[in-house]
Design a binder for this molecule. Structure first.
Ligand code: SF4
Length: 326
């Protein structure tokens, strides 16, 4: 059944919610069948390459919003490092380190409700310098909710992609965030696309949602038309309201990646935060559904280093992307 759904998608048919739900509710014993189907779709649209992205926490731990999963919210006592917006020099230095790690995309992220004009100007200047030094590196910025005109400024400066995750289904989002609405996030992603940037938008799984929420999130991303889907697995952060949630099992996480792969066949699917601690020894199997990873850790948590990730990719028979791709 899973292979038939994959072949249908490869033939150009639109996946249905029933298709996605079948993947989401598959049993542990069916994992290899599910991954094989996801891999058919992955191989058809993305070959065997793996796009490596590197994150830069450009403003840490000072966000006024109350996202229940987030260690960077000032509403919670989480002990993350706190600092204001990094300088242009610091952002450029981060890009040099990303290039040394073989990243095809460098993503500057701030903990904020949305950027000030000064922060937009800092990112724009950094992007100009990074582009002159690394013309083929993709640049992504993730600066929160955008006000009118801000997306255009970023696009004009050379930002290729804007990240803003919608995090979960609309239904579930409203149970974990009260300071802004799911629609606010959707509107920011749409404004980034309208300004000419591609959209990186995904979510976090393991926050107490149902598998129906996975399917709703996957289709919401498809409806928006996002080019890049980061799939994070909650790594519960001490001090946050979700700090006692159990992690997903490796099987659940791999099933979830397969759902996002078949619903968004042409988009990059990136296995993102929580990869190492959730998938553990099953990490290489994620590459059968996902075609992108982060390396060198996440915003407030460590992860595998680039040399380990390169070994994992090549040992599993995949190829790190070296193209001018975002
Ligand atoms: S808006 Fe972003 S940085 Fe702020 S609390 Fe929510 S997820 Fe964290």
């Amino acid at each position: 059944m899973y292979a038939e759904i994959a072949d249908k998608i490869i033939a150009g048919e639109t996946p249905t919610r029933e298709d996605a739900f079948a993947f989401a509710k598959s049993s542990d014993d069916e994992l290899l069948e599910v991954l094989d189907a996801a891999y058919r779709v992955r191989r058809h649209f993305h070959g065997k390459t793996v796009k490596i992205h590197v994150l830069q926490n450009a403003k840490s731990g000072v966000c006024p919003e109350d996202c229940s999963f987030c260690s960077q919210s000032m509403k919670y006592n989480t002990n993350v490092e706190q600092y204001g917006m990094q300088t242009v020099d610091e952002l450029v230095k981060g890009a040099r380190m990303a290039a040394a790690s073989g990243a095809v995309t460098y993503c500057m992220v701030t903990s904020t409700r949305g950027p000030s004009s000064r922060e937009i100007a800092t990112v724009c200047e950094a992007v100009k310098q990074i582009k002159s030094e690394f013309p083929t590196m993709g640049i992504c910025s993730s600066l929160g909710l955008l006000k009118p005109g801000q997306a255009e400024k970023l696009a004009d400066a050379g930002v290729d992609r804007y990240n803003h995750n919608i995090e979960s289904s609309k239904r579930h989002f409203e149970t974990i965030v009260s300071t802004h609405k799911w629609e606010d996030r959707v509107n920011t992603v749409k404004s980034a696309k309208e300004a000419g940037m591609s959209a990186c938008c995904g979510g976090i799984l393991g926050m107490g949602e149902t598998i129906e929420d996975w399917v709703e999130l996957a289709f919401a991303l498809r409806d928006i038309g996002v080019e890049s889907v980061p799939v994070n697995f909650l790594d519960p952060r001490p001090g946050t309201p979700l700090d006692e949630k159990p992690r997903l099992t490796p099987h659940e996480a791999l099933r979830a990646l397969s759902v996002f792969r078949i619903v968004n066949p042409e988009s990059d699917v990136r296995v993102a935060g929580g990869r190492e601690v959730t998938l553990k020894h099953m990490q290489p199997l994620a590459l059968y559904a996902a075609n992108s990873i982060f390396t060198n850790g996440y915003l407030t948590t460590p992860g595998a280093d680039a040399s380990d990730d390169y070994r994992m990719i090549t040992d599993a028979g995949f190829e790190p992307a070296v193209v001018n791709a975002t």
